[in-house]
Write a protein that binds this ligand. Structure first.
Ligand code: GDG
Length: 479
């Protein structure tokens, strides 16, 4: 039945991602309804999708459930079915237990299991098949992220007429780490099926071309990789961003301003409010950050009666073992710091393991004097850009890890090395105590960067590059 639906909706533009941009929520009357899962990618692609009869191929989030394609809010959605075992092996296993830690500098130990790989391969085939069914002749297809690295090649084999773009949202590791992967060759060949392979940073793109040159003996010239078939592919950086204007206007709304003031009161009217917002993930450096802050309190540099720290950790991948452990470790650390150093009236750290509506996050960004972003490795990191977008009166200070993709753009942040606890303590202290003029100067520069390089600019530059390539190559020229 999906072929039938595809015939009635051949799409000129197709986004392929692990998840569809919708969630199923209770409709209040005992049933369920679809709701847009808000996110930067959805915002960025909305105009393109509407103008070009776009379709979105992805999993709908429920295991063992087959769904026909359906239209929702102007999108044509094509659900891909996953069994409960595939969710375990392809998603939790290979994607989040193998690739995620390997690509993030092995800050956790990647696990290599042949069954996980088999499931990853099979699911990638299914995504490629569903996409081949829905794409119109000569359509543009944009494949997203590490869960679907084999799709570009699998799709090209089925549909050599398509223009295929691919974007990796996480870092691409150096050759020394990537080499560990038992299926390294298949992954590289999978990606090379795309006409353009986008990375968050120039470093990621270089890691990729270096592997093509040194391990696969392909010819490379700057961003161009030439395959043995003569076809060529580009590996290039497209740093992702946010809907800066949209977030700024949310932050400036009366409701947000009132909520921001109320938040500060609820936190005991601190002189300085520190803020951290992350998915609860071991790559984000949450533990390291809170430990450094705990030391500042213990050293007497920070007085918890005058300074507050609000840490939001959004629940994430809760069935994966490493994430359970991290959750316990952070709980214990916060308990220890608050037990040892808190005050009757106020804990040293206010820790919230929960997720919040976007407007509440905007109020937090608006309320905070210092935003602390300390990942051990991060493809880009959007939280730091969101904080900057919310600081319209150019106050506030951003403490940022060198190991984020964003560090390449947000040069005026207070840079720290999260592996160096003294560097973190120093960065937080400086951000808290620096002169108003210095903070303003830095924040103005940060805001210029974020507002001139927003999510729209990101999507446009990728899609313009893709559109500028010569039209699709002959069917025999696939890799
Ligand atoms: C991956 C890459 C790359 C967080 N808590 C809540 C909430 N959030 C939102 C933030 C932000 C997003 O989630 C997190 O984005 P990050 O970029 O910080 O991190 P990842 O989730 O790891 O994203 C990353 C990104 O993809 C894009 O390419 O930058 O490097 O790892 O937007 O605001 N949103 C809401 N409630 C919460 O409680 N509504």
């Amino acid at each position: 039945e999906s072929a039938e639906a595809a015939e009635s909706h051949p799409a000129d533009f197709v986004v392929v991602a692990n998840r569809l941009p919708v969630d199923r929520a209770s409709d209040g009357g005992g049933g369920t309804a679809w709701r847009t899962a808000p996110g930067g990618l959805v915002t960025a692609l909305e105009p393109v999708m509407r103008d070009r009869q776009g379709a979105w191929v992805g999993w709908h989030g429920a295991p063992d459930e087959a769904l026909d394609p359906f239209d929702y809010d102007g999108y044509h959605l094509v659900p891909v079915q996953l069994s409960a075992q595939e969710v375990e092996e392809y998603y939790e296993g290979f994607s989040n237990g193998t690739l995620w830690p390997l690509y993030h500098d092995v800050v956790a130990k990647p696990e290599y299991h042949r069954e996980w790989w088999d499931a990853y391969h099979a699911v990638n085939e299914r995504f490629a098949e569903a996409t081949a069914q829905v794409a119109a002749q000569g359509a543009t297809v944009w494949v997203q992220d590490y869960q679907l690295q084999l799709v570009p090649q699998m799709l090209r084999q089925r549909r050599p007429d398509l223009r295929i773009g691919y974007f990796l949202h996480i870092p691409f590791p150096p050759i020394e780490l990537f080499q560990q992967l038992p299926w390294r060759r298949q992954i590289i060949e999978g990606l090379l099926g795309a006409d353009i392979i986008g990375f968050q940073t120039p470093g990621g793109a270089q890691n990729f071309t270096r592997i093509c040159r040194h391990r696969l003996k392909m010819e490379t010239h700057r961003e161009v990789v030439t395959l043995p078939t003569g076809r060529s592919t580009r590996a290039k950086a497209y740093p992702i961003s946010i809907d800066a204007k949209g977030l700024e206007s949310l932050a400036q709304s009366q409701a947000t301003l009132e909520r921001a003031a109320e938040l500060r009161r609820e936190l005991g009217d601190p002189e300085v409010l520190f803020l951290g917002v992350d998915r609860l993930d071991y790559t984000k450096g949450i533990y390291h950050r809170l430990r450094a802050y705990g030391e500042l309190v213990a050293d007497g540099i920070v007085d918890p009666r005058k300074v507050a720290f609000l840490q939001v950790a959004t629940p994430s991948r809760e069935r994966v073992e490493e994430y359970k452990r991290l959750r316990d470790e952070v709980n214990m650390l916060v308990g220890r710091i608050n037990g040892d150093l808190g005050d009757v009236r106020r804990p040293a750290i206010t820790y919230l393991h929960a997720s919040f509506p976007r407007a509440e996050l905007a109020a937090m960004y608006t309320a905070a004097d210092v935003c602390v972003v300390t990942p051990l490795r991060d493809g880009m990191n959007l939280v730091c850009k969101e904080y900057v977008a919310c600081r319209s009166n150019t106050d506030g200070a951003l403490v940022l890890s060198e190991f984020t993709g964003a560090a390449g753009e947000l040069r005026q942040a207070y840079m720290i090395n999260p592996y160096d606890i003294n560097s973190m303590k120093h960065g937080m202290t400086l951000a808290m105590n620096d002169t108003v003029q210095n903070k303003r100067r830095r924040m103005r520069a940060l805001r210029r960067q974020v507002f001139t390089h927003d999510i729209d600019a990101w999507a446009t530059s990728f899609l313009d590059d893709l559109a500028a390539l010569p039209p699709a190559q002959a069917p025999s020229s696939g890799p």
